[in-house]
Design a protein around this ligand. Structure first.
Ligand code: ADP
Length: 453
């Protein structure tokens, strides 16, 4: 818009200048012709005098100009077409006449107060030197009026364009400041926690893009706030159950007369509920660590990590009469956080033991597939029902609450696993084995370590 207006003004002033130049040039040609006509009429005369000049001029007839002056070689006027204020006998103090007497053909054109004044002069030569000069002046009111009209036109257009520009700028400033105020107000509402509020987006400018980004941000905040609220309510619910058991057991001990054996049983139950609380607190801490703490990456050989996990879980497997086996390829290295890898494998193997049948088996396969390292944890256990497969990675989800609780579970293990896998650029999937049992598969990009020869 601004560019178009400026171009309009430029085109107008350019066309006005061109028109003025054309008028000047037409005048120059006409006056030069007339000057040449007069000077050529004097060729052959040995000297200039008022008489022979008057004769020549009368032969030429009406030249249709405002004034004709003819001077001798010193610049004194011998002829002047003006009847009043005639310069005859006086020195002509005109720049054009002086330049003509110096041997030049000159033409000047000027415009002032609605009048176009054109002046031309040329020397009258005899044997190569000037013996006088012819000066012609023409004052043209019609052409002056054309130029004046053009200038007025430009002035009007410039004013018009400027007014449009000022109006447009004011409107633009008003609209942008309104949009900005709207965005600031929405930000203030979001700061107060009102994430459901959205900015109405119109147009495609930077403000619309900013509003869109703001809406996306509040959407995310709303989702994460909801998830946080859900998590806190689930966590408190989980904490409440063992606390209620502890309260119930301790009340029973206080209120009832019981023998030492029964009391011992109750106190043991209190102890195992306290253990459950501790495990829950540990899992909650692991979640917050997975979400927030960024740890250094290092080259990790997953075969070693699996070895460490087995070492930790072998006694639990023995206790449940589960056989722990593994098959591992060499060179399964990844660039990752060792603690994360340990936690992932530990949780999967621990589940495979917990949800297994006595005499069952847990087999861990570590292999290289193309550019990936794949860990598969297979068990011959109770399996996961079809309709539960999509939910097992959700926080606090348990297929069989009683069995999970009995096994010391909290419903948080797999959600931690998924969080850590994604954080380390991996993928996780679960499948039901045809022969019964479950297989969890985790895949990470392999990090090639150069082996020294
Ligand atoms: P929990 O602490 O209850 O074990 P997880 O998040 O680790 O919580 O697991 C969620 C649920 O998924 C478990 O309660 C259990 O029902 C099911 N599950 C996990 N691993 C296995 C498995 N290997 N075999 C059968 N069920 C499993």
């Amino acid at each position: 818009m601004i560019l178009t207006s400026l171009m309009l003004v430029f085109l107008n002033s350019y066309s006005a200048k061109t028109t003025r130049d054309l008028i000047y040039r037409a005048n120059e040609a006409s006056l030069q012709d007339k000057v040449q006509l007069i000077t050529s009429s004097f060729s052959g005369l040995e000297a200039l005098s008022s008489d022979n000049i008057n004769q020549v001029i009368s032969v030429l007839g009406d030249l249709n100009v405002s004034r004709v002056v003819i001077t001798d070689g010193e610049g004194r006027a011998l002829y002047d077409s003006l009847a009043q204020r005639s310069a005859v006998g006086q020195y002509v103090l005109l720049r054009e006449a002086a330049e003509a007497l110096a041997g030049q053909d000159v033409f000047y054109c000027s415009y002032a107060d609605g009048l176009l004044i054109s002046q031309a002069a040329a020397p009258i030569m005899l044997y190569g030197s000037p013996i006088g000069c012819v000066y012609i002046a023409d004052v043209n009111r019609d052409q002056g009026a054309i130029i004046q009209a053009l200038e007025v036109n430009i002035l009007r257009i410039s004013f018009g364009v400027e007014a449009v520009l000022v109006l447009f700028s004011a409107l633009y400033a008003f609209s942008t400041s309104r949009k900005m105020r709207q965005i600031i107000a929405s930000m203030q509402r979001a700061r107060e926690g009102e994430y459901s509020h959205k900015i109405q987006v119109h147009g495609t400018d930077e403000y619309a893009a900013l509003a869109q980004e703001f809406n996306k941000l509040t959407d995310r905040l709303q989702v994460s706030e909801q998830a946080q609220r859900q998590f806190v309510s689930d966590a408190s619910h989980e904490l409440k159950t063992p606390l209620a058991s502890i309260k119930l057991l301790s009340d029973s001990i206080l209120q009832n007369e019981m023998d030492a054996e029964t009391m011992r049983e109750f106190v043991t139950d209190i102890g195992s509920e306290a253990d459950r609380l501790t495990r829950l607190a540990q899992k909650l801490l692991a979640i917050s660590r997975a979400e927030s703490v960024k740890q250094d990456h290092e080259v990790v050989d997953l075969a070693q990590t699996i070895g460490k996990v087995f070492k930790m879980l072998v006694s639990l497997a023995d206790e449940r009469e589960i056989r722990l086996t593994c098959a591992m390829d060499k060179g399964c290295t990844v660039m990752t956080v060792e603690d994360d890898m340990y936690q992932i494998i530990f949780n999967l193997v621990e589940n495979a033991i917990k949800y297994n049948n006595s005499g069952g088996q847990v087999h861990v396969r570590l292999s290289r597939e193309d550019d990936d390292v794949v860990i598969a944890v297979e068990d011959t256990g109770i399996g996961i029902p079809e309709d539960a497969v999509d939910h097992i990675f959700e926080r606090f989800y348990r297929v069989d609450k009683a069995r999970s609780r009995q096994a010391g579970g909290s419903g948080l293990g797999l959600s931690i696993v998924r969080e850590l896998v994604l954080r380390n650029y991996g993928e996780i999937s679960v499948s039901r084995r045809d022969q019964g049992g479950t297989c969890f598969t985790v895949r990470f990009p392999r990090f090639e370590v150069e082996v020294e020869p």
